[in-house]
Design a protein around this ligand. Structure first.
Ligand code: PXG
Length: 463
């Protein structure tokens, strides 16, 4: 009687959804009144809904379905592992083959000497692990006061109490008593929005030096680590100027601050290398991975740890771990996903084919009257909607233009996200050139319709 399947009428699914399911980051009453869109299946880069509509998914789910939908190999591996050993923990002096194989593979793939892996179930959990690990690391070295973690405004590091505190999203901090103590946030390298008349290079250096200023303000003896995404994802695909990361690296080295690269979005090919750290020449001490690790087919995440940090942590008990740390089924699925990424040359495809092609097509959208900036790197990109290209002015009703555009995208068969008035994409990495043509054509059509709507609704009165 309670079976929810694809044959149930959409309205019935929506009614049950409204009655019982609470959606993340959503105005509950609004979605309940309207009825959620019911997604029922996916193949390649395409999703289908319960009404038979098809969408090109330019968000790869939530920045995660790197190999695309419908890869049966992953389902087969999961079924085999479930039959053999569906679960065992790694807490009590035990291990199992899938967790060993995945840790070994990650150590091979990761840059530098990130040879040690602590598993978690989500990016948020892995970042919570990082908070405890870096503080415990310094305490173990006799420096218990080195516990402040510096992060950035508008960073996204997760939704648990710890990881949301690391993140710099003010609407998240406003709920539930965040942030926890000893986290501090510096300004982000968002040149389009905050760079004013400065060159990107000058601005990148200036924003990197905010880290040095913060370390000096707090005192080097108080700072444990700096955490950042190589490219801010949820913050609206903020690609730092070329000068930013080298200066950040110099500062972390100079002041003995651990550098944590949050690769939850940038990892596993998104920027055209296995990791964003390689794209930007970052040498992290710790790396957070999730999402693309399993292409979202199953929840799994990890903290990758350098030899030096692991040496200290392994010196005693680390009183930390999750029931599902190194879950055998999740590890087996992740391994199969990494095999596909590797053997099918998906990362190279992003670097040599899809990334350059997207760059050419995506940047051509900058000529649209509504677009103030069209930027991308690898297979992630953003369009800044503006009411005045010359001044980069936004709109009086912030976020409304983005939502109008997002709705036109959906109606036109394209899933593109709005973050405020910035449209963002992060499609599956297996996109072919013809998919990119479709993506960009649908995006342009949605922009045209949005522009017409905004004019009609007098959104441009401000300028
Ligand atoms: N770090 C980064 C860089 C992320 O993007 C997390 C950590 C947390 O991962 P989990 O698996 O705990 O969600 C993320 C997640 C959005 C959006 O609106 C982005 C994420 C999650 C939810 C929404 O773009 N990223």
């Amino acid at each position: 009687m309670n079976k929810i399947d694809n044959h149930m009428p959409t309205a019935e699914i929506q009614a049950l959804d409204a009655a019982h399911h609470m959606h993340p980051f959503t105005k509950g009453n609004e979605i309940n009144a309207k009825g959620a869109r019911v997604i029922t299946s996916g193949t390649g880069v395409t999703l289908s809904d319960s009404e038979g509509n098809e969408y090109l998914d330019a968000m790869a789910g939530l920045w995660c379905v790197n190999i695309g939908y419908g890869r049966k190999e992953l389902a087969d591996v999961a079924a085999r592992q479930m039959a053999q050993l569906p679960y065992y923990n790694t807490f009590f002096q035990t291990t199992h083959p899938p967790v060993v194989a995945l840790a070994t593979r990650l150590a091979q793939l990761a840059p530098g000497d990130l040879n040690h892996v602590f598993f978690a179930g989500s990016g948020s959990e892995a970042n919570d692990t990082n908070i405890r690990m870096v503080r415990h690391y310094w305490a173990s070295l006799g420096k218990p006061d080195k516990k402040v973690i510096i992060s950035r405004k508008n960073a996204y590091h997760g939704s648990t109490v710890g990881s949301a505190s690391l993140g710099g999203m003010t609407p998240m901090h406003a709920q539930g008593g965040l942030p926890i103590p000893d986290i501090s946030h510096i300004d982000q390298p968002y040149w389009y929005g905050e760079g004013g008349g400065k060159s990107p290079e000058e601005f990148g250096l200036e924003r990197a030096r905010c880290l040095e200023a913060e370390i000096l303000r707090l005192g080097e003896g108080k700072v444990a680590a700096f955490i950042a995404e190589p490219v801010q994802g949820a913050g609206a695909v903020i690609i730092p100027p070329q000068t930013y990361w080298p200066e950040i690296q110099r500062i972390c080295d100079k002041y003995e601050i651990l550098l944590i690269a949050d690769e939850v979005i940038c990892g596993f090919g998104r920027t055209g290398n296995w990791f964003g750290s390689q794209t930007f020449g970052i040498r992290p001490d710790i790396m957070t991975v999730a999402k693309g690790l399993s292409s979202g087919y199953i929840p799994i995440a990890a903290t990758l740890v350098s030899d030096a940090v692991a040496d200290v942590i392994n010196g005693g008990d680390f009183n930390h771990g999750y029931t599902y740390s190194g879950h055998p089924v999740a590890c087996a699925v992740a391994l199969e996903n990494l095999r596909i990424l590797d053997e099918e040359g998906v990362v190279d495809h992003v670097a040599k084919v899809a990334g350059p092609y997207l760059a050419k097509k995506w940047k051509s959208l900058a000529d649209h009257p509504l677009v103030g900036d069209a930027r991308c790197i690898g297979l992630m990109g953003a369009l800044e909607l503006t009411s005045d290209k010359a001044t980069r002015a936004g709109f009086a009703d912030e976020g409304a233009a983005g939502q109008i555009c997002r709705d036109h995208c959906f109606d036109g068969g394209l899933i593109m996200r709005a973050t405020g008035d910035t449209m963002i994409i992060s499609p599956p990495l297996i996109m072919q050139e013809s998919d990119i043509d479709t993506l960009v054509a649908r995006a342009r059509s949605a922009l045209d319709k949005t522009y017409a709507d905004l004019k009609e609704r007098a959104f441009f009165n401000r300028v």
